[in-house]
Design a protein around this ligand. Structure first.
Ligand SMILES: [Zn+2]
Length: 394
């Protein structure tokens, strides 16, 4: 028999008494039981919304309490509470919802109806995907919205919140239903629950809603991205929006403090600093190239083998330098870039000798990484400069 849904009549009911119809071990879930009650205020996972949380305890013994870890509903409208304790069939229990969690869901869901109703009214798009979890609310529309449209609908949705309109949840008769134009995600059968926000939205929906639009508090669109030919919006309402605002305020305040500027000019200042960093990087690379050229010119031309140690020089400059050395010295030319503490990146080249031997020496002695051809090897090694020189006999 279908479970009586107490949340249909009263979305604010957060405690209730009920009789246990059945309780059995949940398949594949260690220590979890599937509990069926005659009636319940726990809203199951449905229509993209995650289920309610809370506890259920024996009516005469508060200590015998189980946590409700999941709530599901089947085609026969039987609601299953997944709980971490077993209850006897026929026993009387008392359920207590985590109402803060439920109320947040109600705020988000009513907010979604307001926004989707406006999108449908103004653009004719449908909400073809809805997801309301404990951390995120997303809506997928089957048409594209520009950022200007997203913002202007957001403004209208908040106007609807300020108006503090009634949110009506009703089960119209079949006759009445024929004359009602309502939004719906799928073909519905049986008793259809219609949620109306006068002037804004009429939609078939089974979820709990707030009584007044004012309770949504605020609706803020957090992101809008192209999705399957339409857009996916993510929104925050009520207490979640306040929490997000606080987090962003803290983050931006810290950035402004670091940059020693106002929050309003933080982006502009960051851009200025990033441009400066990029200019300095260019200047530094030019200076390093020049310095490398000076060092290369200072190398005794008569030397057969050359070994150099550098620090923080870009790889392309090192490679060019090794090529220059190889052109002027017949033996082995090696540049190690790094420092004794953190190790070195190396490139070793030669016009006439097989430099893989030098590479292998580094591997044998210091467990170095790397490889290459007879004319050039490269890799990394964790060793001090004097140890490297000694190992290579240079
Ligand atoms: Zn809904």
């Amino acid at each position: 028999m279908a479970t009586k849904k107490l949340f249909d009549a009263d979305a604010y009911l957060c405690e209730f008494d009920a009789k246990v119809v059945a309780c059995e071990k949940a398949e594949g879930k260690e220590g979890i039981y599937k509990l069926v009650l005659e009636e319940t205020a726990f809203f199951p996972e449905a229509g993209g919304q995650s289920p309610d949380k809370g506890i259920i305890h024996l009516a005469e013994d508060k200590e015998k309490a189980a946590e409700v870890v999941d709530v599901q509903i089947d085609k026969e409208n039987i609601i299953y509470h997944y709980v971490d304790k077993e209850f006897e069939k026929g026993s009387k229990v008392h359920g207590i919802l985590d109402f803060e969690h439920r109320y947040s869901h109600m705020q988000q869901h009513t907010g979604e109806h307001i926004y989707s109703g406006l999108v449908n009214k103004l653009k004719g798009y449908n909400n073809v995907g809805f997801h309301l979890s404990d951390s995120i609310v997303t809506m997928d529309y089957d048409g594209v919205l520009t950022m200007d449209e997203v913002r202007s609908i957001e403004k209208m949705a908040n106007d609807c919140i300020y108006k503090n309109l009634d949110v009506l949840c009703e089960f119209p008769s079949e006759e009445e239903l024929k004359n009602i134009k309502y939004r719906s995600k799928k073909e519905l059968s049986g008793d259809i629950r219609i949620v109306t926000i006068p002037g804004y939205d009429v939609c078939a929906c089974c979820a709990p809603h707030v009584h007044k639009t004012g309770e949504v508090g605020i609706l803020k669109v957090m992101s809008c991205e192209n999705y399957k030919g339409g857009v996916r919006l993510s929104i925050l309402c009520g207490s979640r929006a306040l929490e997000a605002f606080s987090n962003k305020q803290d983050a931006l305040s810290e950035v402004a403090h670091i940059l020693e500027c106002s929050q309003e000019s933080a982006a502009e200042n960051t851009r200025r600093i990033m441009n400066e960093v990029s200019r300095l990087k260019g200047e530094l690379a030019a200076a390093r190239t020049e310095l490398m050229n000076v060092r290369l010119e200072a190398v005794e031309k008569s030397l057969e083998n050359v070994i150099m140690f550098t620090e923080a020089v870009p790889a392309n400059i090192i490679r060019n330098a090794v090529n220059k050395l190889v052109a002027e010295h017949a033996g082995i030319c090696a540049i190690f870039n790094g420092n004794d503490e953190e190790g070195y990146q190396y490139i070793i080249g030669s016009a006439q000798k097989d430099v893989r031997e030098a590479g292998n020496l580094l591997k044998e002695k210091f467990n170095a990484r790397g490889g290459g051809s007879p004319k050039m090897v490269q890799g990394s090694v964790q060793a001090g400069s004097s140890q490297i020189k000694e190992a290579l006999g240079m």
